[in-house]
Design a protein around this ligand. Sequence first.
Ligand code: F6P
Length: 536
Amino acid sequence: MKNINPTTTAAWKELQAHYEEIKDKHLTDLFKNDKRAEDFSILWDTFYVDYSKNRITQETMTLLLKLAQEVGLQEGIESFFGGKKINATEGRAVMHTALRDESDNAFAKAEVDSVKKSIQTFTEKVISGAHKGATGKEITDVVNIGIGGSDLGPVMVVEALQYYKTRLNTHFISNVDGDHVMETIKDLDPETTLFVIVSKTFTTQETLSNATTVRKWFVDKVGEDAVKNHFVAVSTNAEAIANFGISQDNVFPMWNWVGGRFSLWSSVGLSIALAVGYDNFKGLLHGAFKMDEHFKNTPFEKNLPVIIALLSVWYNNFFKVETEAVIPYSQYLHRLPAYLQQAIMESNGKSVDRNGERVSYETGNIIWGEPGTNSQHAFFQLIHQGTKLIPADFIGFKKSLHGEKSHHDKLMANFFAQTEALMNGKTKDQVIAELQAGGLSPEAIKELASFKVFEGNKPTTTILGEALTPESLGALVAMYEHKIFVQGVIWNIYSFDQWGVELGKQLAKQVLSDMDNDKMTSHDSSTRTLLERYKL
Ligand code: F6P
């Protein structure tokens, strides 16, 4: 991988000058060129991605693509897929793409295929009822116990693919909040429940505490001997699993070359395969594989992950926007923004470059969002009329899964209308004309008009898919994964480590031991007083 400060490239400097030229240009004016939708769109597989409602010109894209060349993106992609140790601070390759690679010479193919086979065999047994609980009953409920990448990917996909659900009910316990644990298990029948403990390291405090509490609850009710029929684990840490009391036969392995937040394609996806069936899990992987091939082999100017990453760099580093919204117009995708928060912010929330130096430019953006149309009635006011510029991805599908055409037309009418409204806004003249037509007096119009003006010029990218299927979801998620990679290359940071979560973990351990001790270790006056009040 090249190691280049992006701000030293010729393209960066040209982009800076170019930004000064176009920063005040209005999208409505840019659209006077009617070829814009054609110029700035990509049709790939079942997706049509329109990025013409972004504050760009041909020159912007030429310069952004030049930036990608100058920082060595092509070489970066080759290192990534070639299994180089691009996660240098942990000395690891980043090979989650191997988990969905369908080619004959895929990395670690034999091991990956064998784990997939065991996932298939096990999930089919549970779904068919052949795998019984210890008292001879069929499994009806599955509880995934994990956090971060061992929770967010599975829960996002299981929610997204509810339409494809098997007869099993899936639940998720992630927070160390005991109320979350108890609330989840209170109505479950331990005799018909399967617990899937997911932790790459098997050292995560939350997961181990939750798993221990659940195991105790289970043993109290059904007995120790029953554990083998009801507890399975997904991890790289065989020893810790054995210590926890789960036998080797019930372990689904994963590998260090799969990062937690990129792991839903691995055994971490066991709950997904249980929830929607192995064939649908395979479909998810297939969609991701197709996106990997597209990313690897497509010229950058037609390459979806590259284009969306460059647009994000454009806003983040030149317009200096702080946040990006992801608005799925599908209730099924309600956990996608939360999933992307970890994927994107844990990856690119870095302030030190690949030389270990403090960066002098902005890196990871803040990701947030909620499904439309609900979000229109919540935070869209701020996107339309607030002072902040918030580029947004709008994700929608042509078909409704349940075939509710009239609902779907309304949903999608909002989807299209919002991006148009955000782009064009409404001028004062338009507002005045409307108010006059409504019969308002000149005085009333004068008082009201400015509040009703929409500046517009708010950028959006529209991602329009055919239908939400396992395959299209896989492709969508892989697209965002690769966006993360491209941005990491441009910002010259290590996207695949996460040292920033360690300090809080260490301090939490210290604080926990202080709760039990009469004498506290040293804390600042605020933390000490808070702790004292908690202990009262
Ligand atoms: O939040 C830090 C983190 O290490 C994530 O990267 C990871 O997904 C999560 O904790 C859970 O880790 P594990 O799967 O090892 O329990």
